[in-house]
Ligand binder design. Structure first.
Ligand SMILES: [Zn+2]
Length: 423
């Protein structure tokens, strides 16, 4: 078992937490669900570029289109990549990878191990070597992005070109599964059926951009996808997707999405097997917006909220650090208020509230904030009634002259922060 990017994500957690991942995590918590794995099929014209975001915030990317996908990665909040996969060495899949490797730290790079004659391929491999990215060849193995398994399928030995040496991946998160197979054609699809690695899945990326040689009824019967995503350019010269392929996909899947018409497509997969589709370039933010009711954001009575993009819609944290009289004698007049501004109860069991010097209070399992209500965390002693919580500290926690209160979810991702200074 290979676990990817643990160190990576710790480093970036602080940086990304306030933008994209926060909105996603918060939104999904509000829906009473665990955070999903997100597979985003970027609209890169004719080509493939897929971003996988694990529930713990780690990112992987499979192919990168022909041109640079950096602007799209920035919009998605992708700062580092635990894993980059090149499905095969054609330019509509690896053309953008050079830029990705140059601009983002990448921990592991995996490809089909089949050299190609192009300059694009040679330059890419030179980059992998120069940047000292860990190189893996696609042999049967499982890579892990937290709880998300990326299972690499075997490759056929005899090759009839790059397409039929496309890396086959099965992405698994609980009951949710997705198959990504680059530009594989019939012979590779048949090979995998014979190998017995194919299974019923939630999501299938149409092999080879919806080409007529990219599907077989046997493969579709075995995978029986609920959603098919076709990554394809508008008015492309190949005539992808072909009507025969479209008809086949439509006959199996409830939904067939295509990047030439739908733009960037994100499929969210939940551990219990359910899925959701979000269209557009900012799927995580859009999802958060859809699931919360906007209300006026009132700033705490002390200082101001400076960070927490997307969070002021849902959760607010404010600190009352200066207790009446002597702080040491009046510990429960030092407190933090956390308000849930949404219309849905928000689970905060095992979440942590920490000060700048990492003194933390952990909420008990099952703790929650009712819709539109607040909970208060007092510094001193007491017994919780589910609304009032007590740090049970014998000394003040929140500095009167400035401090930060950060709320982390149970996975350690920063959800909201309140920064204050003496006024
Ligand atoms: Zn292609």
């Amino acid at each position: 078992m290979t676990t990817l990017g643990q160190s990576c994500i710790r480093r970036v957690a602080a940086r990304v937490a306030y933008t994209i991942s926060v909105a996603l995590i918060a939104a999904t918590s509000l829906l009473g669900q665990q955070a999903p794995v997100a597979l985003t099929f970027l609209d890169v014209g004719q080509g493939d570029a897929i971003v996988i975001r694990a529930p713990d915030g780690r990112f992987a990317m499979v192919d990168a289109g022909r041109g640079s996908p950096l602007r799209q990665l920035t919009r998605l909040g992708v700062q580092e990549l635990a894993l980059v996969v090149a499905s095969h060495a054609h330019a509509d899949h690896i053309g953008g990878l050079d830029d990705v490797l140059t601009a983002r730290p990448v921990e592991t790079y995996l490809d089909n191990g089949t050299p190609h004659t192009t300059e694009t391929y040679r330059e890419l491999m030179a980059h992998v070597e120069r940047l000292e990215v860990r190189y893996l060849e696609a042999v049967p193995r499982s890579l892990f992005l937290g709880e998300v398994a990326v299972e690499v399928w075997p490759l056929p030995r005899s090759s009839d070109g790059q397409n039929n040496r496309s890396v086959g991946l099965l992405v698994r998160y609980g009951e949710f599964t997705a198959i990504l197979t680059g530009d594989s054609e019939r012979s590779e699809l048949d090979f995998w059926l014979n190998e017995g690695v194919v299974e019923d899945v939630t999501l299938l990326k149409a092999p080879h951009h919806g080409a007529v040689n990219g599907f077989t009824y046997e493969f579709l019967e075995a995978t029986d996808p609920e959603v098919v995503v076709i990554s394809v350019g508008e008015d492309n010269s190949y005539g992808h997707p072909r009507p025969e392929a479209l008809a086949a996909y439509t006959s199996f899947a409830d939904r067939v999405l295509r990047t030439d018409r739908d733009g960037t497509v994100t499929v969210l997969g939940y551990a219990d097997g359910r899925h959701d589709v979000v269209l557009g370039d900012t799927p995580y933010v859009d999802m958060a917006r859809r699931s919360v009711q906007r209300v006026d954001s009132s700033v705490g009575e002390y200082g101001e909220i400076r960070v927490g993009t997307g969070l002021s819609d849902i959760l607010s944290v404010s600190v009352h650090p200066d207790a009446g009289g002597d702080d040491w004698e009046n510990l429960n007049d030092e407190y933090v208020v956390i308000e849930n501004r949404s219309r849905t109860r928000l689970g905060i069991g095992l979440w942590k509230l920490c000060d700048l010097s990492s003194r933390c209070f952990r909420f008990p399992p099952g703790a929650s904030i009712a819709a539109g209500r607040r909970v208060v965390v007092y510094t001193g002693y007491g017994t919780t009634d589910g609304v009032s919580f007590f740090m049970n500290n014998g000394r003040p926690v929140w500095n009167n002259d400035g401090d930060e209160a950060t709320l982390f979810d149970s996975g350690g991702i920063a959800i909201a922060r309140y920064v204050y200074e003496e006024e």
